[in-house]
Design a protein around this ligand. Structure first.
Ligand code: FAD
Length: 463
């Protein structure tokens, strides 16, 4: 039985918050992105928030939760958008925003506390002539621990692949929920998967070491195309151009232009477009390739005056989930999906889905490096009408060979390939024997024989 009174005595000295409104704020993430999750998770809240300032306090809190049977859900910055950081079983939210120091900048890597914000890590490593390999488009707000715990990749993935790819995280230090004095482990190599993208269900990351790349002077650019097909094919060409140093390539349907308000003057009405980030020294080749493909350069940040450069958000804040965010601000009925368009014939699959769904789901693509080849993820906007129709759109993609990573589900399995990660499940049995870490997010732990034909509903939510 959860004993909160005893917990509070045990963690005396650690900063806590019990004001119900503030606790509820810290119990929420960007779950409202999904109309489905918005309805289902609206009432979720913890009983208490603890904000440790260092590893010693963090271990004290974990140990006390173990002793007093209090569920614990880790929170970095709460920018995850599938309710990953929401405490379905109540209990304690472990707010890591106070553990935000960059501890060491080395030749090739950086060591940081889990709550360190990605942009701040980059600022700290920049004087050494280095930068992070990749980051989510929530660069300015998201934490490194949350990125590893809940993210998948993003800006930089066109060159470096995803976070899960070998080498993209060097070392993770984590605490288990296995006793009054928690076990602390340093994980390297394939062992990192035990805790990466596990939504904090298998351990709490207390320190990370990330690989760095040489810092580059990046240019944002927008290229316009008369047809969606031309834009998609150009995106694929860029992604496959081995010699071009690129940081991001996003392709968008003409219907998305009205949502990118501050870039309005750089978007041609009725034209699809490519938003890209390229090394300054690669721009001559970028322009040549665009022109050859029939595109028009509408904007390049190195040709803007100072005032205009400051007025515009960075290109990466038009891409990934920021596209959805900008659309939602204009039209709150919009939501989105996450699609994989597998090889071969990426363009053919994209265009088939675009034709089948038309204006109901405007195309948005992000090209990445995927298992050493060109890969393509879609984050199509969806003009939401009902949960049934959304499920039908999911099925339509799957029926056409395009798997969906469903952003309208809060569990690891349903958001992925409807399969439990056997490594994570086996590890959880040792690292969290009482099942106190972020309950409800790993179906295999709660209900091993779950039938994936319907959405999973954690018991506390059925009320
Ligand atoms: P949180 O939301 O606080 O946590 C995410 C998950 O990790 C939760 O399950 C939490 O319990 C767990 N967690 C947090 N800290 C730890 C820790 N120390 N140890 C163990 N588990 C932990 N994601 C991408 O991958 N790429 C993108 O490009 C991207 N773009 C986005 C754009 C927008 C506008 C929004 C709203 C979201 C986007 N996301 C993206 C999702 C999210 O912003 C990122 O994954 C981000 O890195 C999460 O960091 P956070 O600190 O906010 O984590």
């Amino acid at each position: 039985m959860m004993d909160l009174a005893a917990l509070k005595i045990d963690i005396d000295g650690v900063a806590i918050e019990e004001n119900p409104q503030l606790v509820q704020q810290k119990s929420r993430d960007f779950y409202w992105y999904s109309p489905v999750l918005k309805r289902r998770l609206e009432g979720v809240t913890a009983a208490i928030v603890a904000r440790p300032k260092d590893e010693e306090e963090l271990l004290l809190v974990i140990g006390a939760c173990f002793r007093n049977d209090v569920p614990l859900t880790v929170r970095g910055s709460g920018t995850g958008n599938y309710g990953q950081a929401m405490p379905l079983a109540g209990g304690l939210v472990l707010d890591l925003s106070g553990m935000n120091r960059v501890k060491a900048v080395k030749a090739g890597t950086v060591v940081a506390e889990p709550g360190a914000i990605l942009a701040e890590i980059d600022a700290a490593v920049r004087p050494s002539g280095q930068e992070l390999r990749m980051f989510p488009s929530t660069y300015h707000t998201a934490s490194i621990g949350g990125f590893i715990g809940g993210g998948s990749g993003g800006v930089g993935s066109i060159r470096w692949g995803g976070l899960r790819d070998a080498g993209n995280v060097v070392r993770v230090r984590m605490a288990a929920m296995d006793g009054s004095i928690p076990t602390v482990l340093d994980l390297t190599g394939p062992d990192i998967h035990r805790v990466s993208h596990a939504y904090g269900t298998t351990g709490v990351i207390t320190e990370v070491e990330m690989p760095l790349a040489p810092a580059v002077d990046w240019v944002d650019a927008i290229v316009s195309f008369p047809t969606l097909e031309a834009a998609v094919r150009h995106g694929e060409t860029l992604a496959g151009a081995d010699g071009l140093l690129l940081k991001n390539v996003a392709v968008m349907d003409a219907a998305i232009a009205p949502f990118l308000k501050r870039h309005e003057s750089y978007l041609a009405e009725g034209e699809a477009f490519v938003v890209l980030i390229a090394a300054a020294f690669a721009m001559t080749d970028v322009v040549a390739l665009a022109t050859r493909a029939g595109g028009r350069i509408m904007m390049r940040s190195d040709r803007l005056d100072e005032a205009e450069r400051h007025r515009l958000p960075p290109a990466f804040e038009l891409a990934w989930n920021h596209t959805t965010l900008r659309a939602l601000r204009v039209d709150p009925s919009i939501t989105y999906l996450q699609v994989l368009y597998p090889q071969p014939d990426i363009a053919g699959k994209v265009l088939t889905m675009a034709q089948l769904l038309g204006d109901e789901a405007p195309t948005h693509l992000e090209f990445v490096r995927f298992d050493g080849a060109v890969g393509c993820f879609g984050l199509p906007l969806v003009r939401y009408t009902s949960e049934e129709r959304l499920d039908a759109i999911v099925k339509l993609h799957e029926d056409h060979g395009c798997p969906i990573f469903n952003p309208h589900r809060y569990t690891l399995e349903e958001g992925g390939m409807k399969q439990t990660d056997a490594l994570q499940l086996a590890f959880k049995k040792r690292s969290d024997p009482k099942g106190l870490l972020n309950p409800g997010k790993m179906i295999a732990w709660d209900q091993p024989d779950f039938d994936y034909g319907r959405p999973y509903l954690f018991p506390s939510l059925s009320a």
